[in-house]
Design a protein around this ligand. Structure first.
Ligand SMILES: Nc1nc2c(ncn2[C@@H]2O[C@H](COP(=O)(O)OP(=O)(O)OP(=O)(O)O)[C@@H](O)[C@H]2O)c(=O)[nH]1
Length: 775
């Protein structure tokens, strides 16, 4: 028996309390006789598997591995080998390598290179020259000795040369000291570093005597040597101005500019008349208009500013308030400008600036409600909803005939009604609902949204998504002999638990397929009784639970009363009547906007269209929204309710929103759309008060909230709580048993948009292990 199985079979009520809690928990766990026997057998098996290497590990190490891997011999052997045996041999290998490295020399390094194996007779032999190279033209190797006369002449020449160059250097240094391209600076600022590019003003200021004047639009030929002292000493002047071969008297001889030069350096406007063939560098041709180029807003800035002003009057109000502080205003304007910059150039949608809640109160003629249809696989959920839509004329008979023909062709004629909801080809070919299917219908009093959930256990996450959008639920139970019992052990039970955990309190139990049991009242009563007991144990109040005997396939007691004589014993409400008498949940109209995206797609109205139920708050066309976790802003281009364009929508409504000014990469199913001023936070650790459906311990879990699901881990279990009062009954339990309420801390792999008051479901290994409320 594995330890997990042992946990399941544990007598929690009697024994677990001793096991849990602070006291004595940290003590070493005693092995049971069963564990001890298994440990001994395992140890022997591991030693056999390790063979000669088994001497390298101790019995304690083997037993720790066995305990850790739940007596899995293979895993334990792999662990021991990698941890204790292979590293040793690796280390040995490493030491050998080190030793070898010490003996490696540069010469021996290339030993085995084939191109070094050249036979001796083919190797080049370098022969030393017999005597030193000679002097010029191969003359004597040492220079011949100078005569006394030659030496005297050479010494004089050298002295004269030295004197000449010293004098030259002195004069150049003196004149360099006098030269400056800048006006005299006050002493205090002389140390300051000059900017590399003087401003036009500075250039204009260089007019004092003794300065080389470079007028604002100086051309090569206009550069003149104006320093008198330099003019007096043309030799030095020539040396100084060599890079610009210009003299005061001679005009600069210039070649005709090439067409490339003409294109690149257009003729200067000022000198064009006097010297049309001269060109200036663009940066010397600075005009006041070009220096001011960025002082005024660009045409783009003007357009963006106008758009952002038009988009929201609300935004304009705080801006006017800030008039008193011009500094703050300009800072604000800059921030606004930056914020309004978008890659998408589409104009922002216009807003009618409606008071949405007032509008809602005015037009509240019909209730709107969403319900989720849940139950065990093949209980007949889709068929029941198909029938409902057919009998309410939402779907016409011709469509059903078409479906029937198509379904017949693949041998699934009984699924024709289910195909009204099951639209995917995979769902139709498998005869199984995979994802939530939505549809709408209206009665005299209410506008309903159907959320048809899949029954198969593999698609529980989709069922959770459906339940999170619903005001109430229809639990479909298959009355066929044996099917109900199977369902109660399966998803009838799990779905009910999930509904309760998701905050759904009203359930209509449709006891379906009663045609297969001849409309047996006994069967109906038996099922009603069992389901009542089970639901009340789950936490539902029986006043919120009602039972209707139906046949989805034949349409009895759904929209019309059953005409079957065998069903005459039932005089209660039809399914539709039960739906109409169900009150939708209270709407969080005054809270900040929250909408969980259930679909993202491209539509004719917009490349990014989303749909989902507004959990809280309201929105209208033109509104700015924030998408979390991407943190990107989007705008509501237009809205649809029940496939009709509308100006606004409120909490509780399933809405289609056509978005603009956002890249589709920033939006995914499961993301939250929220108010830009009161955004939902993205967190990676949260505390949740949960009801455990299975044994909980620090473990990996999948966290589900609506369409969002992400990997996480229970990292702490701070307390067990009293189910009714919520008070702490035990601190730091090591495990939480099924049916207990506890406070646990979950750490997520990534940050996700979650906030206090939201309901989450924890799943592990394909099972729902807990559900609860974020604290
Ligand atoms: N006899 C009889 N058969 C029914 C009735 N309702 C549904 N069925 C049959 O039950 C089968 C399953 O029906 P579905 O509507 O696909 O069941 P489901 O609960 O939606 O299935 P999943 O969504 O895949 O869990 C089909 O063959 C239906 O024809 C009914 O009232 N009477």
């Amino acid at each position: 028996m594995s330890r997990h199985q042992a946990y399941r079979n544990y007598d929690y009520e009697n024994d677990l309390d001793e096991f849990e809690g602070d006291d004595g928990i940290e003590d070493e766990e005693e092995l049971s006789p069963e564990d001890r026997a298994q440990m001994d057998v395992g140890t022997a098996q591991v030693r056999t598997a390790l063979g000669t290497e088994s001497s390298k590990v101790t019995t304690q190490q083997i037993q720790e591995a066995l305990w850790h891997y739940y007596y899995d011999i293979d895993k334990s052997v792999t662990y021991l080998t990698t941890k204790f045996i292979v590293p040793l041999s690796k280390k040995k290998g490493a030491r050998k390598g080190e030793a070898r490295e010490q003996h490696v020399s540069h010469a021996s390094f290339f030993d085995d290179m084939p191109w070094l194996n050249v036979s001796k007779d083919r190797q080049t032999i370098f022969i030393e020259p017999l005597r030193n190279r000679g002097g010029l033209l191969g003359g004597a190797s040492t220079p011949s000795k100078m005569s006394k006369l030659q030496a005297l002449a050479a010494a004089r020449k050298k002295k004269a040369d030295d004197q000449k160059s010293e004098e030259k250097l002195r004069r150049v240094t003196q004149h360099l000291g006098n030269l400056s391209t800048a006006p005299e600076l006050p002493e205090s600022t002389k140390e300051n570093v000059r900017p590399l590019c003087p401003s036009p003003g500075e250039v204009e200021g260089l007019t004092g005597a003794g300065k080389t004047i470079i007028p604002e639009r100086a051309s090569f030929e206009q550069v003149q040597v104006s320093d008198k002292r330099l003019q007096d000493q043309p030799e030095i002047a020539n040396q100084l101005v060599q890079p610009l071969p210009v003299t005061a008297s001679s005009p600069l001889l210039v070649a005709t500019p090439s067409s490339f030069a003409r294109a690149l350096l257009r003729p200067t406007t000022s000198s064009a008349a006097s010297s049309p063939k001269t060109y200036s560098f663009p940066y010397m041709n600075v005009t006041s208009s070009s220096t001011d180029a960025f002082s005024a807003p660009s045409p783009d800035d003007v357009v963006l500013k106008a758009q952002s002003q038009a988009s929201s009057k609300k935004a304009a109000a705080p801006a006017t308030k800030k008039k008193a502080d011009p500094g703050a205003k300009s800072a604000e304007a800059t921030t606004d400008g930056v914020n309004s910059l978008r890659i998408d150039d589409a104009p922002l949608p216009k807003s009618k600036n409606l008071d949405v809640l007032k509008e809602f109160q005015k037009t509240q003629s019909k209730k709107s409600a969403s319900f989720v249809v849940v139950g065990h696989v093949d209980a007949g959920k889709s068929t029941l909803m198909g029938r409902l839509l057919l009998d309410l004329d939402v779907v016409d008979q011709r469509t059903i005939q078409k479906y029937r023909k198509e379904a017949e062709s693949i041998g699934k004629s009984s699924f024709a009604l289910a195909w009204v909801l099951d639209q995917r080809s995979e769902e139709r070919s498998r005869g199984v609902t995979i994802d939530i299917a939505t549809n709408k219908f209206e009665t005299d009093t209410t506008s309903f949204t159907i959320l048809d959930a899949p029954g198969h256990r593999d698609f529980i996450p989709n069922m959770i998504a459906g339940a999170s959008q619903a005001d109430f639920a229809i639990l479909v139970v298959d009355a066929t002999t044996g099917a109900f019992e199977a369902g109660l052990k399966g998803q009838t039970r799990e779905h009910s638990l999930l509904l309760r955990s998701m905050g759904v309190s009203r359930i209509i139990v449709a006891i379906n397929k009663l045609d297969t049991v001849g409309w047996s009242q006994t069967r109906f009563d038996e099922i009603s009784q069992q389901v009542s007991g089970f639901l009340s144990a789950t936490g539902f109040q029986l006043k919120n639970v009602s039972f209707v005997p139906v046949s989805g396939l034949l349409g009895d007691n759904i929209v019309r009363r059953s005409t079957d004589a065998a069903a005459g014993w039932y005089d209660g409400k039809t399914l539709v009547e039960e739906l109409e008498s169900s009150e939708p949940m209270a709407r969080a109209l005054h809270k900040p906007l929250r909408l969980t995206i259930s679909e993202v797609y491209r539509s004719t109205q917009s490349p990014i269209t989303i749909s989902g139920r507004i959990d809280a708050g309201s929105l209208q066309a033109g509104d700015a929204l924030l998408v979390q976790p991407s943190g990107e802003k989007a705008y509501v281009k237009s809205l649809e309710l029940d496939q009709e364009p509308v100006d606004w929508a409120v909490a509780g409504q399933n809405v289609v929103i056509h978005l603009s000014n956002i890249d589709p990469i920033h939006i995914r199913v499961g993301d939250i759309i929220c108010d830009t001023k009161h955004p939902i936070a993205c967190i990676d650790t949260f505390t949740v008060k949960i009801l455990a459906f299975d044994i909980l311990m620090p473990m990996q879990v999948d966290v589900h909230r609506g369409r969002l699901h992400a990997a996480g881990q229970i990292v702490e279990m701070p307390a067990l709580l009293d189910k009714v009062k919520g008070t702490v009954t035990k601190k730091k339990p090591r495990i939480v048993k099924p049916g207990s309420v506890a406070r646990v801390v979950v750490k997520m792999g990534t940050k996700v948009p979650l906030e206090a008051g939201q309901r989450v479901v924890l799943r592990s290994g394909g099972d729902t292990v807990a559900a609860g409320l974020l604290e």
